[in-house]
Design a protein around this ligand. Structure first.
Ligand SMILES: Cc1cc2nc3c(=O)[nH]c(=O)nc-3n(C[C@H](O)[C@H](O)[C@H](O)COP(=O)(O)OP(=O)(O)OC[C@H]3O[C@@H](n4cnc5c(N)ncnc54)[C@H](O)[C@@H]3O)c2cc1C
Length: 193
């Protein structure tokens, strides 16, 4: 399955709640127009993991952002139909792993390509733990290990606010990031000036 197929699956997944999404959009702005505009934005690709009483799980997410540094807080937007969403709500912890440019296969796998079970997804690559027990990837550029402090339901998605308890950065300071733009993987390069 390709990234395009993953996108088709995402559309299918999220189109199951058109009424909820429609309620949030101003008249005249279609879901397609919204998606096509945002497809041109560059986002970093992460895998959000969790472990605890609800089990081990992880999913690819690009809707992740820093909220504030006092206290250190990030947000993660996750589809309510994703299996991992309910597991995070049971475990109350998550770890955000910003992938490196060599990890596009990891992104695909955690986006559901190959339909692997959760233990199979974590069976390849170097996964360890920090403070909470949620796995971090030793090959990622950055990992932020967090406790969930709040979950808000917005349309089709949950917005998790998470307090950062521990961090891990890759030993290579200039490791290239994996980014997603125009529905394809890419990486960054410095501008001329
Ligand atoms: C670049 C990119 C960015 C993305 N960004 C986001 C984002 O920001 N937010 C977002 O919500 N989605 C995002 N997605 C989509 C997301 O990664 C997944 O593609 C989507 O959630 C579907 O996941 P899934 O195929 O694992 O299906 P799901 O139905 O969520 O999970 C299926 C898997 O869960 C496991 N499972 C299911 N039930 C059980 C059970 N009872 N016990 C044990 N294991 C079980 C199995 O391993 C199964 O294969 C992004 C995808 C890509 C490619």
């Amino acid at each position: 399955m390709t990234s395009q197929t993953v996108n088709q699956e995402r559309t299918l997944l999220e189109s199951k709640a058109p009424q909820a999404l429609g309620d949030l959009l101003e008249p005249g702005i279609s879901v397609v127009e919204f998606r096509d505009a945002l497809a041109r934005a560059v986002t970093a690709v992460t895998v959000v993991t969790t472990d605890g009483p609800g089990g081990l799980a992880g999913v690819t997410c690009s809707a992740v952002a820093s909220v504030c540094d006092t206290p250190p807080t990030v947000l993660v937007c996750m589809n309510r139909r994703s299996y991992v969403n309910g597991v995070i709500k049971q475990n109350d912890v998550l770890c955000v792993n910003w992938l490196s440019s060599q990890q596009s296969a990891v992104s695909d796998m955690f986006a559901g390509v190959g339909k692997l079970s959760m233990p199979e997804r974590f069976g390849s690559g170097r996964w360890h733990t920090l403070a909470t027990g949620a796995p971090y990837s030793a090959d990622a550029t950055i990992a932020l290990d967090c406790r969930v402090v709040e979950a808000m339901e917005v349309g089709t998605h949950s917005v998790f606010l998470a307090r950062v308890l521990a961090t891990k950065t890759h030993e290579e300071e200039h490791r290239d990031p994996l980014v997603y733009c125009r529905r394809s993987y890419a990486t960054t390069r410095p501008t001329a000036h």
